[in-house]
Design a protein around this ligand. Structure first.
Ligand code: HEM
Length: 81
């Protein structure tokens, strides 16, 4: 939504630990997935994307190419890139 704040890539990159929060980007959106990490069906692999883009990883793991996954992601949106 347009009411969400805009973050720089630099700001997103700061969030790549459980301590500082785990943020990722996807198609111009910024997501704080800290609370989801422990629930991820693919386990700790999700941390490979911490502070960066999901696209290269989801291109490799096609299991994410379904509406259900995008619905989960949308719950964690905190801003725009
Ligand atoms: C599986 C969500 C990031 C690797 C899944 C599944 C969901 C999910 C819902 C189960 C799909 C199904 O079987 O129907 C997410 C979300 C992510 C994310 C919301 C980001 C916020 C990643 C990343 C990687 C990854 C970055 C790899 C670097 C995997 C793998 C599986 C999986 C390998 C298959 C697990 C299995 O079935 O054994 N993910 N994922 N995921 N994810 Fe992710």
């Amino acid at each position: 939504s347009s009411s969400l704040p805009v973050f720089s890539q630099e700001e997103v990159t700061k969030h790549r630990s459980l301590e500082n929060g785990i943020w990722v980007t996807y198609k111009g959106g910024v997501y704080d997935i800290t609370e989801f990490v422990a629930m991820h069906p693919g386990g700790d692999k999700i941390l490979l994307a911490a502070g960066g883009a999901l696209e290269p990883f989801w291109a490799l793991y096609a299991v994410h190419n379904q509406e259900h996954v995008l619905e989960i992601l949308s719950e964690y949106k905190v801003g725009e890139l």
